[in-house]
Design a protein around this ligand. Sequence first.
Ligand code: CO8
Length: 258
Amino acid sequence: MNYENIVVETREKVGIIQLNRPKALNALNDKLMDELGTALTDFDADEDIGCIILTGSEKAFAAGADIGAMANYTFMDVYKGEYITRNWEQIRRIRKPVIAAVAGYALGGGCELAMMCDFIIAAETAKFGQPEIKLGTIPGAGGTQRLPRAVSKAKAMDMCLTGRMMDAAEAERAGLVSRIVPADKLMEETLVAATTIASMSLPVVMMVKESINRAYEMTLNDGVQFERRLFHSTFATEDQKEGMKAFMEKRPPAFRNL
Ligand code: CO8
């Protein structure tokens, strides 16, 4: 597949998608989001892929939705879903883990896209922000919903109301990112994490993702019940038999995704 706005590659069982509009700091437009949706769906369907990395450039993961493209949209353009809103949710339908590897700016829709991934590994240069208020609009892809869940109401209000950026250290303290790595090690470290995940049993990995995501949608009691049933169902897999047998035989497991 030939893409104009993203670069796609595979490293063993890891699929890598790099946002690639460097002149616009990877500003997200409809075409890019269509391509991203297609690449994610293809990796999700590819039996040889166990984990996906989404990344940008050294300067920007993504500096937001494309302001130039949006500037003259009318309410009807956006409400009817033909522009910007139509293809943003595809990433949420991906069942394999998606790691955001963020260096530089992750602003507006870029911050929201990173938050739609399963976790964020940040270079020490990463900067997160929801500056839409400075443009006379508000976050439109979950910023006002995912940010407070990730970093607390106080910090989310602060960031969305003032439009200020959070650096990597603050983002890690607040729980927005899982870890910070040196900028020149971002892909290397993220690949280690992705390769580790891809070496596990894929159906069990998918259950972990599904179960953790339910924590945001369910009461604690319902969530624990949901988790319990998934836990029970792992005992129907060959990979659970292999994983526990390998432990007892003091050898690495050979999962077959069965
Ligand atoms: N859209 C379009 N172009 C952009 C964007 C953007 N978001 N960000 C940067 N660019 C372009 C600049 O216009 C510039 O282009 P040119 O060279 O042709 O003038 C180029 O990228 C480089 O940018 P700068 O010269 O500004 O670089 P600086 O290093 O001086 O500054 C910043 C970097 C601080 C990142 C600055 O570019 C900036 O503030 N960008 C805008 C950030 C922003 O406001 N983002 C939020 C956009 S709104 C949004 O994301 C809403 C999402 C809603 C999603 C809804 C889906 C359902």
